[in-house]
Design a protein around this ligand. Structure first.
Ligand code: PRP
Length: 188
């Protein structure tokens, strides 16, 4: 049974697994000439997508992690991007794929792409599981898109709301009443 704070399942675990496999094969094909693909996972939301992507790829992969913060404890993007944890390894000359869970306004991804380009990768591509085209504020290139979704607050498969629901194997929409209730500041 669905958690009472959730509205409905938008993407089932099977939908996600099938799509991630297709994306993995597309990345494999595009980097077929390379001896390895370096995947940069954007924490925290993309950790589950990364784990499934890596297992579905046949190319030799290396992984690294970057953490950025673009959202306050609310459902809207502040537009502010801060690097909370930087990469461990250099990108120079490497075939790099940014692995993101969701592109909403595009502000985070635009910032990340610009930042990582300054580190001179040979190729820089982006894989994003979820895309909300109707929310876009800036133009960003996404090479591998899992699903275009409507403008609803989604949780599960790594995505959270106030740090809840990341462990769900599917992606669900949050019930609107809960979005409103949980956005209120706590009582004094
Ligand atoms: C999400 C997502 C992107 C960003 C997209 O991260 O992982 O990084 O928001 O939004 P934008 O296109 O409007 O910039 P979030 O801030 O929720 O952090 P988390 O992944 O650590 O939960």
């Amino acid at each position: 049974m669905l958690h009472p704070h959730l509205d409905s399942v938008l993407l089932t675990a099977d939908d996600i697994q099938a799509r991630v496999r297709t994306m993995a094969h597309a990345i494999d094909a595009d980097f077929a000439e390379d001896d390895r693909v370096h995947l940069v996972c954007v924490l925290k939301g993309a950790f589950m997508f990364l784990a499934d992507l890596v297992r579905a790829m046949s190319a030799r992969v290396t992984v690294d992690f970057i953490a950025v913060s673009s959202y306050a404890a609310s459902t809207t993007s502040s537009g502010e991007v801060r690097v909370l944890k930087d990469l461990d390894a250099r990108l120079q000359g490497r075939g790099v794929v940014i692995v993101e869970d969701i592109v909403d306004t595009g502000l985070t991804l635009r910032y990340l792409q610009a930042l990582l380009r300054t580190r001179s990768p040979r190729v820089l591509r982006t894989a994003c599981l979820l895309n909300k085209p109707s929310r876009r504020q800036v133009d960003v290139a996404v090479d591998y898109v899992g699903f275009d979704i409507p403008d609803r607050f989604v949780v599960g498969y790594g995505l959270d709301f106030n740090d809840r629901f990341r462990g769900l194997p599917y992606i669900a929409t949050l019930a609107p009443a809960n979005v409103i209730r949980e956005r209120r500041p706590p009582a004094p």
